[in-house]
Design a protein around this ligand. Structure first.
Ligand code: V47
Length: 386
């Protein structure tokens, strides 16, 4: 594939990016100083060109998506008061708190009876009533009803919570959940690993090193996972670089990550947004594209960079397909976490809408399974007559 992929260095206007470009072309790993330059250059188009080059070298013009359904079984979370960026969590007796019975989960999952859904993405709060038995029965029930649907469930933070309330090791919890039907772990709960930032936005949440350790254990057991970074709140550029570095190091060691997904902070209806005076002011398109492009370039050992259209809008996600991104969050069906935090996007996209987004960016849409095997490739859009 790489034979036809070229990079026109003349189009990169920030000359300081040239040595970085040469490293990208020669597959040389980028340093922290390179990452700092990428995070600060005003030459967004130059950065995009580099990221697009690195992406097309791996994936050509193919952009993948999965037919997935998000299910959030509980919003009860004992970290409600200390994870100040979150708008989704509630204390058990607070207005709006909910905890689905298993029958309610199965009823919500009935949307998968359409035969199109290939993945359940299941995450929720740290609920004292949602332990190993609850999730094991849930996964068994889902697998018996929809054996073909992959279960991507429970962030590292939830795994650690289940281990703590069940007085079990992380490894034993992962093994028990895998036996019940868990296939992979989603990438949530990572936020920003640096201690200073974590103390400010998610004091008492699982520490960054411990988040990494849960994923390391999962990878050792053959359970693949995703990873994320929540950006656009109080973190400095150095915090972003340290975070990405920790992800890159674990990937070198385990090769267990499937995709990296930068998550844009949404400031509505949460204490942090109020404190920062940011209600209604989400991240900028410039920073959204930059985070995706830097992810592609710095995480040279990752195959897939995914854009979450719910957080950055389908329009920006579409634009990001020219900034290093090869994977689009899927159909989703009914999203709750970011809509509580002020996302104004739809709660799901139809297959036709996804195909149109990808095609009108000049790319080739392909449906994938949860391990990124291509299931079907769709035609390119027919050329428009001049
Ligand atoms: O960890 C919570 C984020 C994450 C807010 O693995 C917020 O395929 C923005 O990780 N503004 C959970 N973000 C979701 C997640 C995810 C999403 C899509 C795909 C995958 C995957 C994983 O949501 C949390 C946190 O970082 N979040 N509150 C907020 N106010």
């Amino acid at each position: 594939m790489s034979a036809e992929i070229s990079l026109d260095l003349g189009k990169i206007s920030d000359r300081r990016l040239r040595p970085v470009a040469e490293k990208v072309v020669s597959h040389t790993r980028l340093s922290h100083a390179d990452a700092e330059l990428l995070f600060t250059t005003p030459d967004l188009l130059g950065l995009g060109l580099l990221a697009d080059y690195a992406n097309r070298r791996k994936h050509g013009d193919v952009v993948t998506f999965a037919a997935n359904q998000h299910i959030n079984p509980t919003n009860v979370c004992y970290l409600r008061k200390t994870c100040v960026f979150c708008s989704f969590a509630r204390l058990p007796k607070e207005e709006g708190a909910y905890h689905y019975s298993l029958d309610e989960v199965f009823a919500e999952a009935e949307a998968a009876a359409n035969g199109l859904t290939k993945e359940f993405h299941i995450v929720g709060g740290l609920d004292m009533k949602a332990g190993l038995a609850y999730y094991s029965e849930m996964f068994r029930g889902l697998k018996s009803r929809y054996p073909h649907v992959h279960i991507k469930a429970l962030t590292a933070v939830e795994i650690a919570h289940i281990a703590r309330i069940s007085k079990m090791s992380i490894e034993d919890v992962l093994i028990a959940l895998r036996d019940a039907g868990l296939d992979t772990l989603p990438g949530g709960g990572a936020e920003v690993f640096g201690k200073g930032v974590r103390m400010t936005i998610a004091d008492k949440k699982l520490a960054g090193e411990d988040w990494i350790e849960v994923h390391r254990t999962a990878h050792r057991l053959g359970i693949r996972s995703n990873c994320t970074m929540l950006y656009g709140h109080v973190e400095a550029i150095q915090d972003r670089i340290e975070h990405l570095s920790m992800l890159r190091d674990l990937q070198d060691e385990s090769h267990g990550f499937l995709a990296y997904i930068p998550l844009a902070y949404h400031p509505d209806n949460n204490a942090l947004g109020i404190e920062l005076g940011r209600q209604g002011t989400a991240t900028t398109g410039f920073d959204d594209l930059r985070n995706l492009a830097v992810g592609r370039l710095f995480l040279d050992n990752f195959d897939h960079i995914k854009t979450h259209w719910i957080m950055v809008t389908p329009f920006l996600s579409q634009t990001s397909l020219a900034f290093g991104v090869n994977d689009l969050e899927g159909t989703v069906v009914r999203e709750k976490i970011y809509h509580e935090a002020g996302a104004h996007t739809a709660q799901g996209l139809s297959l036709d809408e996804i195909l149109e987004l990808i095609r009108s960016a000049g790319k080739i849409p392909a449906e994938r399974d949860s391990f990124y095997n291509i299931l079907r490739v769709f035609e390119r859009a027919p050329a428009v007559a001049a």
